[in-house]
Design a protein around this ligand. Structure first.
Ligand code: XIL
Length: 453
C-alpha cells in the first residue's frame, strides 16, 4: 500500500473507531503553568518531542520553534535502514548524526527510529531473503545501535510488523519470512549493542483495543514472560477526525505488562475535533504513569508527511494553532508523574532478616556491564514448585535500577526486591524463569537471595 493510500485508510479506520470520551482521572495540580510544550511535559517527568528532518535545520523559523518548544527529537527519515546502510556493509551516519547533534545541543532526548522496517529498506536488502537477510538484518541492528550507543533514549527496534485488519497476525514481509523469531532476534541484538537504550516496538492503527493492538499485546506479554528484552511500545497515533474511546485503556493495558508506552508519531487530521483529539491524547498519556512522552510527527503543517491535512500544532507560518493551546493546557493541568516506580510488593520480612538456604528457590545473575551502567539477567530456579517468588539483590552504593522487565522492583538502590509478575510466579519444581533489570553505576556482585511465596 502506498503511504498516501495508507494514510487514507488510517483516516477511515479512525473515523469508524468511535467518539471522544472524556476521561475521568484525578489531576494533580502543578505549581506554575509552564509556557512551552517541553517544559510543561517535564513538570510530570515526561518529554514532548517532534520528528525533525536534517534538511530543514537551516530554516530559522523551524529551528526557532524546535529549540523553544521541544525536549525530544526523532529523525523523520535519517536513521532508517535506507539512510544508514545504502549499500550492504557501507554505513552513512552524516544525517543521522545531524539529528543526534541537534538533540544534544538542545539537551533533548533522542528517539532512534527505526532499526528494522519493511518500508524504506535499501534496495539491496529488498532483494534478499532467508538466512542471508537474517544476518544482514542483525548486522544492521548491531552496527547502527553500536554507532549510537549511549546516545539514544529509546530505539524503535522494529516498526510496523503487524498486519492491519482483524487477524492480529504478523504482516508478510521479507523480514517476517526469515522466521517468526526475527523480532526477538532484533531486540536481543539491540540490547547487546546498546544496553542503555530503551528498546521499543512501534506501530500504527493501534490506538485502542483492536485486533492489531491485541496481536502486539500478546507478543509483548510473551516477550516479557520469556525474558526477551523489550522496554517500551510506541503508538504512532496518526489520527483522523475521531479517537477511540478506549485509547487510554489500551495504553494502560500495555503499561500493565511492565513496559513503558510512548506516543511516537502523533498527527491529527485538521477538522472540527483536532484540538480536542490532541487534548485527549495528551490527557491519556498523563493519566498512565508509564507513558513517558509524546512525539508529534513534524513541526509546522507544511513540514508534515500528510500533505494537505494540516495535522500539526503550528501552521505553515509557524504560528501556534488551537491544537497547540489545547495540548499546552492539558499538560499544565498535570497528571500522574512519570516515570513512576513499578508497582511493588516489598520482600517479605523474613527475606530481609535472613537469607534462607533451601527457601524454595535460588537465583543467579549474569551481568553485561559497561562504564557507568549494566544490564543484569537473573535466572530464578525453583526447588519445590513455586507460587510466587521474590529475589533480593544487593546493589553497590551509587548504583540505581533504571528499568526492570518480567518482575516489579521495590526500591531502586541498596537492597532491591524483585517480585514476580502475574505470568511468571508459578514455576514447576526444578524449572526456571528469567527476569532482568538495567541500572546506572556498577552491577551487583553478591549472589542474590531468592524467597518462595
Ligand atoms: C514517513 C516520513 O514522514 C516521510 O518523510 C517518508 O517519506 C515516509 O515515512 N510511520 C513511520 C514513519 O514509522 O517512519 C513514517 O515517516 C510515517 C509512518
Amino acid at each position: 500500500m502506498s503511504l498516501l493510500q495508507r494514510s487514507r485508510s488510517l483516516l477511515l479506520a479512525s473515523a469508524v473507531a468511535g467518539v471522544v470520551v472524556a476521561s475521568g482521572f484525578a489531576l494533580v495540580g502543578t505549581a506554575e503553568a509552564a509556557t512551552t510544550l517541553g517544559a510543561s511535559a517535564a513538570q510530570t517527568g515526561r518529554y514532548y518531542g517532534a520528528a525533525i528532518a536534517a534538511g530543514r535545520l537551516g530554516d530559522g523559523t523551524y529551528t526557532g520553534i524546535l529549540n523553544r518548544e521541544f525536549n525530544s527529537v526523532t529523525p523523520e527519515n535519517e536513521m532508517k535502514w535506507d539512510a544508514t546502510e545504502p549499500s550492504q556493509g557501507r554505513f552513512t551516519y552524516t544525517n543521522g548524526d545531524r539529528i543526534l547533534n541537534q538533540g544534544i545541543a538542545m539537551g533533548a532526548k533522542v528517539r532512534g527510529h527505526a532499526l528494522l522496517w519493511h518500508q524504506q529498506e535499501p534496495g539491496w536488502a529488498q532483494s534478499m531473503s532467508g538466512s542471508a537477510l537474517r544476518s544482514a538484518m542483525i548486522n544492521h541492528v548491531t552496527q547502527v545501535a553500536t554507532h549510537y550507543k549511549g546516545k539514544i533514549y529509546a530505539w524503535d527496534v522494529v516498526n510496523e510488523a503487524f498486519a492491519d485488519g482483524g487477524s492480529g497476525a504478523r504482516r508478510d514481509s521479507n523480514l517476517q519470512r526469515t522466521g517468526n523469531d526475527w523480532i526477538e532476534a532484533a531486540f536481543r541484538a539491540a540490547r547487546a549493542a546498546d544496553p542503555a537504550a530503551k528498546l521499543c516496538y512501534n506501530d500504527y492503527n493501534t490506538d485502542g483495543v483492536n485486533a492489531k493492538s491485541t496481536g502486539i499485546y500478546n507478543m509483548v506479554r510473551d516477550f516479557k514472560s520469556r525474558g526477551v528484552p523489550i522496554d517500551c511500545v510506541g503508538f504512532q497515533s496518526h489520527l483522523g477526525t475521531s479517537i477511540a474511546g478506549d485509547y487510554q485503556a489500551n495504553l494502560q493495558r500495555f503499561a500493565d505488562l511492565g513496559v513503558d508506552v510512548q506516543i511516537t508519531e502523533l498527527d491529527v487530521a485538521q477538522g472540527g475535533n483536532q484540538a480536542n483529539i490532541y487534548a485527549t491524547v495528551t490527557r491519556a498519556c498523563l493519566a498512565v504513569a508509564r507513558c513517558t512522552g509524546i512525539t508529534v510527527w513534524g513541526i509546522r503543517d507544511s513540514d508534515s508527511w500528510r500533505t494537505g491535512e494540516n495535522p500539526l500544532l503550528f501552521d505553515n507560518s509557524g504560528n501556534k494553532k488551537a491544537a497547540y493551546t489545547s495540548v499546552l493546557n492539558a499538560l499544565n493541568a498535570g497528571g500522574t508523574s512519570s516515570p513512576s516506580p513499578s508497582i511493588s510488593t516489598p520482600p517479605s520480612p523474613s527475606t530481609s532478616t535472613s537469607p534462607q538456604p533451601g527457601g524454595g528457590c535460588t537465583a543467579t545473575v549474569s551481568l553485561n556491564s559497561w562504564t557507568g551502567g549494566f544490564v543484569a539477567s537473573v535466572k530464578v530456579t525453583a526447588g519445590a514448585a513455586l507460587n510466587g517468588w521474590t529475589v533480593t539483590v544487593a546493589l553497590p552504593s551509587g548504583s540505581t535500577v533504571t528499568s526492570t522487565w518480567s518482575a516489579t522492583n521495590s526500591g531502586t538502590t541498596g537492597s532491591v526486591g524483585f517480585r514476580n509478575v502475574s505470568y511468571n510466579g508459578q514455576v514447576a519444581a526444578g524449572g526456571s524463569t528469567e527476569f532482568g533489570f538495567q541500572g546506572t553505576g556498577a552491577g551487583p556482585t553478591a549472589t542474590p537471595v531468592c524467597t518462595a511465596g
